[in-house]
Design a protein around this ligand. Structure first.
Ligand code: F6R
Length: 366
């Protein structure tokens, strides 16, 4: 079943060009510049009139939710909040019929996410699911939704479900942007064409595997790691840190790069690997200076950059290159090397990659 791969996690990482394509199948067509999510079409009025979208999820799905917030606010200009389902359900949230609550879940069985949706439904909000497991509890409960069609995810550490969720959230943001005319036709068309190129670019990003394996060997004996990113890549930093913690048991934290100077910079010395996602165009100069700050304190920098980048490549200890894309889609590419890096570190340390200690694939108790 592993089809020649040593672990399900590696197989699932490598499946992503296909699973991202599957998440888009029948939903996007750049030739006639069309994006359509059926679940949205059915409830188009609710979405167009929505005061607010609230995304609830746990773990990795929460991180894709954060990317969803950036996408929907940036492109469709609807206010979005993202909450851990476990917090949302117990804090007496304010909700009305003009709110839409979107749950993100690979398994569709996560107890806290399910309970958050039930609460939202009782309060009259429309509930929407972005789920992988067909026919799961969350899929059955929601008013409408979109499957991500990633196929079964066996490795406990979520990889292809994350990129599948981000793909569907991209389609959702584009669908709403079209309906609300919040972006120009030219920009819309450019984004639609670019999204179709993402599976091929993921394939390209996977080619850095051997180099990433080498870097893993260099940093595997550290006890801590810091992940930094800005904008669309801040949630990717959180996800990179979670992947490392889960399967290698190395302590890691993700931070917005500019928050570093408000505390975590005190941790930086030659024993602290700092993984910087430095692909954002809009914040590029700022992230270059964040990297300089780390290096000035002898931190060891592993940078994920776009092909041909120079400023950071010249000063970082290790550089991983990925293809360029439109900024809203950069997480779909920048997360790939971070998945591979955690994988190889965990393998080098002899960890049980597919079934890390203390973790279950779906958390059906709160
Ligand atoms: C991370 C991981 C967990 C899940 C979380 C939510 O790799 O596996 O953090 O993402 O338990 O699970 P779902 O998406 O099934 O609701």
């Amino acid at each position: 079943e592993k089809e020649g791969y040593d672990h399900f996690m590696l197989k699932e990482i490598y499946e992503q060009p296909k699973t991202i394509l599957d998440a888009m199948r029948g939903r996007i067509n750049s030739k006639d510049s069309r994006v359509a999510l059926r679940g949205i079409e059915e409830y188009a009025n609710r979405f167009v009139r929505a005061d607010r979208i609230i995304i609830v999820a746990c773990g990795t799905s929460y991180h894709s939710g954060l990317i969803g917030e950036y996408l929907i606010e940036d492109l469709a200009r609807i206010p979005v909040e993202v909450e851990y389902a476990s917090e949302f359900r117990y804090r007496n949230p304010i909700l009305s019929e003009r709110d839409i609550v979107i749950a993100l879940s690979q398994s569709g069985e996560t107890a806290d996410t399910m309970a958050a949706l039930e609460l939202a439904q009782r309060k009259g909000a429309m509930i929407y699911g972005i789920v992988n497991s067909v026919g799961s509890s969350i899929a059955r409960l929601t008013d409408a939704g979109s499957y991500i069609h990633a196929g079964p995810e066996i490795g406990v550490a979520s990889t292809k479900a994350f990129t599948g969720q981000v793909t569907v959230l991209s389609l959702l943001a584009l669908t709403l942007a079209r309906k609300l005319s919040t972006i120009s036709n030219t920009y819309f068309q450019r984004l639609v064409s670019e999204l179709e190129l993402i599976p091929g670019k993921v394939e390209e990003a996977l080619k850095a595997n051997d180099h990433i394996k080498y870097i893993a060997g260099e940093i595997k004996d550290h006890h801590n790691a810091l992940y930094l990113g800005r904008g669309y890549n801040f949630p990717v930093a959180l996800e990179g840190a979670l992947k490392l913690k889960e399967i290698s048991y190395i302590h890691a934290e993700g931070y917005p790069a500019a928050e570093m100077k408000h505390g975590p910079i005190a941790l930086i010395d030659e024993n602290m690997p700092v993984i910087v996602v430095a692909t954002n165009k809009s914040a590029y100069e700022k992230i270059v200076s964040n990297v300089q700050e780390v290096i000035a304190r002898k931190g060891r920098v592993i940078a994920v950059v776009n092909q041909g980048e120079e400023a950071i490549s010249n000063i970082a200890d290790h550089v991983i290159e990925i293809p360029d894309t439109e900024e809203p889609f950069s997480p779909l590419l920048s997360v790939i090397p971070l998945q591979l890096l955690s994988y190889h570190i965990a393998v080098e340390l002899g960890r049980n990659v597919d079934q890390p200690r203390n973790l279950a694939k779906s958390v059906t108790v709160e």
